[in-house]
Design a protein around this ligand. Structure first.
Ligand SMILES: CC(=O)SCCNC(=O)CCNC(=O)[C@H](O)C(C)(C)COP(=O)(O)OP(=O)(O)OC[C@H]1O[C@@H](n2cnc3c(N)ncnc32)[C@H](O)[C@@H]1OP(=O)(O)O
Ligand SMILES: O=C([O-])CC(=O)C(=O)O
Length: 381
């Protein structure tokens, strides 16, 4: 029997120049830059540019890129109509997946897989995904669509379209930091999905639609929503320890903890936790921080597991005012940059992704006469 790498754990399937996840040094680099430095010194738009073009933009390139992104934010009427048709019982990730697929179907150049074509599509998705998410949350609250403002940067405009007003700079900054931290993470499950679809020479929209499906699961992006459900389930700090004992006794996976690659903590957590701390202060919610700290300590003591990025992001998005089901769509809004960078990289030196499997089913056998429809008469079949 060949050696089986269940879940492709530990398997290196290709090279990449986009990001480096290093569990030994607990670091994450985007195109060589530490993500913590990017979060401290750059905007999400600059990071998107970096991921796609390989270098941070000059002031002129930045201005041109921002002008383009701001010009593409309006929701296509076709897409809005499709979103309007979908029931509000649908999970927002399903709505977003459908809307992205619709953007692809409405694009007459969907199959233009040149680098310029893919950059155009990527920038349009970067600009329009916030409009879809903001509108979907508003319609569920019986609120009207808020048009984008082209005098606002990405994060400020996103929050303005969602809430109909501009929050404090502290909130805008925390949101922008979360977008930068979520932007890219090498060959994670959703990015790999996008690369598999791209490897068949399918189009960018198909790859992104598939990636959204992969991100939805609670073992991946869906964990930031699941973390908030856990906080709600626990209720207060005094309930953390008994809750955890029961949950672990039932062999439940505690969402927001553990990671396939980082075994000693996620490199992005300290930066996101600092952003969460600013929100805790802004909204005066020490009760939330108490649950956060207690659960983190409990998981370390009981399982020696540390939080991943979804752990601080969940409560942060809650404090910003997003409905819990919208947390994973926010991950999509950020990761669209990483996914599309990988789609373009895959196309630069493509090889169809098609691994092997070890067959362990029944040995070859014959279909017996009693199992066929053929009754033996001349006109049978
Ligand atoms: C941004 C992101 O997408 S980060 C990932 C977000 N996902 C989550 O937070 C979901 C919760 N975490 C998990 O399910 C896992 O840690 C994963 C899927 C992220 C990584 O899993 P893997 O590397 O495949 O490790 P695996 O699931 O095999 O876990 C190894 C052991 O640790 C345990 N373990 C891992 N994570 C957890 C957890 N969150 N809660 C409880 N136990 C856990 C497993 O039960 C397993 O124990 P066992 O050996 O006794 O069976
Ligand atoms: O790398 C992974 O497996 C999951 C993750 O943290 C991410 O996609 O950001």
């Amino acid at each position: 029997m060949s050696e089986i790498h269940k879940g492709l754990a530990g398997v290196v399937v290709d090279t990449t120049t986009i990001s480096k996840v290093n569990p030994e040094t607990n670091s994450l680099l985007y195109r060589g830059y530490p993500v913590q430095e990017l979060a401290a010194r750059c905007s999400f738009e600059e990071v998107a540019y970096l991921l796609w073009y390989g270098e941070l933009p000059t002031p002129e390139q930045r201005a041109e890129f921002e002008t383009l992104e701001r010009s593409l934010r309006h929701l296509d009427p076709v897409v809005k109509r499709i979103v309007d048709e979908l029931p509000t019982t649908a999970h927002p990730m399903d709505v977003l997946r459908t809307a992205v697929s619709a953007i692809g179907a409405a694009d007459p150049h969907a199959d233009d897989s040149s680098r310029d074509g893919n950059l155009r599509k990527s920038t349009a998705l970067l600009a329009q995904i916030p409009s879809i998410i903001a509108y979907d949350q508003r319609r569920r609250r019986d609120e009207d669509l808020v048009e984008p403002r082209d005098d606002l940067g990405y994060s400020a405009n996103f929050l303005h379209m969602t809430f109909g007003e501009l929050p404090d700079l502290v909130v805008v900054n925390a949101f922008d930091v979360s977008m930068i931290l979520y932007a890219e993470h090498s060959f994670n499950a959703s990015t790999f999905t996008a690369r598999v679809i791209t490897s068949t020479l399918s189009d960018l929209y198909s790859a992104v639609t598939g990636a959204i499906g992969a991100l939805k699961g609670p073992l991946h992006g869906g964990a930031n929503e699941a973390v908030m459900h856990i906080f709600d389930e626990i209720g207060g700090v005094d309930a953390v320890d008994p809750w955890l004992e029961v949950a672990l006794g039932q062999k439940r996976k505690i969402m927001g903890f553990g990671h396939r690659v980082y075994k000693n903590g996620d490199s992005r957590v300290p930066t996101m936790k600092a952003a969460l701390d600013t929100l805790i202060t802004e909204y005066d919610r020490p009760d939330l921080l108490a649950i956060y700290d207690r659960l983190e300590a409990g998981m370390l003591a009981a399982k020696n597991l540390k939080p991943n990025l979804d752990y601080p992001s969940g409560p942060a998005y809650h404090l910003m005012g997003f409905d819990t089901q919208f947390f994973t769509p926010l991950f999509v809004a950020a990761r669209i940059t990483g996914w599309t960078a990988h789609i373009m990289e895959q196309l630069e030196s493509n090889a169809l992704i098609r691994p092997l499997s070890e067959y362990v089913g029944p040995e070859q056998r014959e279909v017996s006469a009693s199992e066929t429809l053929d009754d033996g008469s001349e006109d049978a079949g």
